[in-house]
Design a protein around this ligand. Structure first.
Ligand code: UT7
Length: 341
């Protein structure tokens, strides 16, 4: 599916605000080494991560989403959005969706609000959904939030995942605009392969396990990832989707000023950039400080890069993500003149 395929006359979603939030609590590699069979050297060399943020007890995804969403609204100024789309892997509860509560707490009660479940590709899927609401005339302003409290589903004793994931959220505001404006979203490329859903999963807690009448097996309530296989698919899918989005935008690799890939693993980021022929210095990265924050990864990266000045107005930005589902995506846009909050 490509957003560029929508009718030329349709309104186009344009990014007009961005914000992000991470919880205060920082967990360093040294903290993990104290309780897991791992080393700082292994974590840094195999993942590129030095520290990550973690929610304190009692904090939920909605709390992160409210902070990030509120900041994006301050960044945008403008009228209140009439829709809120929240991408998350870790909803506050299985039912109802988390977005309506987030909308109400941000002061957007009455707005359309729903969750998008696409794990680490959630932001790009939510961006496409929000853009579609604008293109169809259903909404004029949309708040797209991507937030995960990933540490709440990670097995603290699993050294293969506990060292990677952290918590965080990012958000953008979309307004109705023109296709040729900076910030106009698209082309967007999305894809999935459900045959490989078992590579990344939380087995228990859904209708499959509940209808069985059996309690969850040991550890089945936790997130599990077959890391090595996932790594390979991540590189392949993010490279292919990025190529497709860049081609649809009419860009060659040399035209890409900034590359923002889902911060899954530092080695994956290097491999994808190399595969695409994008120079390493054009690839944005914050994985060393925040780890893999799931759905929130890309908007958190964009907000931090925009605040630090490494992402600036006029940059041709290529984004890509990959994760459980399997689901992946890529999107191209020219970064607008927005102040990150
Ligand atoms: O965000 C969604 C998408 N996610 C991804 O794309 C993540 C993809 N996968 C990865 O990032 C990497 O596969 C991991 C970081 C999860 C693992 O790194 P790896 O280099 O692929 O390691 P591996 O799974 O092949 O394991 C190699 C060895 C194993 O030991 P043996 O069997 O060789 O004795 C693991 O038990 O490394 C061991 N190991 C560790 N050792 C020290 C795994 N985790 C750790 C650890 N500390 N934390």
């Amino acid at each position: 599916m490509t957003a560029s395929g929508l009718a030329a006359a349709a309104p186009t979603a344009v990014i007009c605000g961005i914000g992000a939030h991470v919880p205060d609590r920082v967990v360093t590699n040294r903290d993990l080494v104290a309780r897991l069979d791992t080393t700082d050297e292994w974590i840094r060399s195999r993942t590129g991560i030095a520290s990550r943020h973690m929610v304190p007890p009692g904090t939920a995804t909605s709390d992160l989403a409210v902070e990030a969403g509120g900041r994006a609204l301050v960044s945008a100024g403008g009228p209140p959005p009439d829709a809120v789309v929240l991408a998350t892997t870790t909803p506050d509860r299985p039912c109802p969706a988390t977005a309506p509560e987030v909308a109400a707490r941000i002061g957007l009660g009455g707005a359309a609000a729903f969750d998008v479940s696409a794990v680490c590709s959630g932001f790009l899927y939510a961006l496409a959904a929000g853009s579609g609401l604008i293109a169809s005339g259903t909404a004029r302003q949309v708040l797209v939030i991507a937030a995960d409290a990933f540490t709440t589903i990670v097995d603290p004793a699993d050294r293969g995942t506990a060292v990677i994931f952290g918590d965080g959220a990012g958000a953008v505001v979309l307004r109705s605009g023109r296709r040729d404006e900076p910030g106009a979203v698209g082309p967007v490329v999305l894809g999935s392969d459900g045959r490989l859903s078992g590579l990344i999963e939380v087995r228990a807690g859904g209708s499959r396990q509940r209808s069985s009448g059996l309690p969850a097996g040991p550890g089945e309530e936790y997130f599990r990832m077959r890391g090595r296989e996932t790594f390979r698919h991540a590189v392949e899918r993010m490279s292919a989707a990025s190529r497709e989005a860049a081609r649809a935008a009419g860009w060659r690799p040399a035209d890409v000023d900034r590359f923002a890939a889902h911060q899954a693993n530092g080695r994956i980021l290097s491999a994808v950039a190399a595969e695409l022929g994008i120079p390493a210095e054009r690839a944005l990265s914050n994985i060393e400080r925040v780890g893999n924050t799931g759905a929130g990864s890309i908007p958190l990266l964009l907000a931090q890069a925009a605040a630090e000045g490494s992402l600036a107005a006029g940059h041709r930005l290529l984004m890509t993500a990959f994760g459980g589902g399997l689901a992946w995506g890529a999107a191209a846009l020219v970064w607008p003149d927005v102040k990150a909050c």
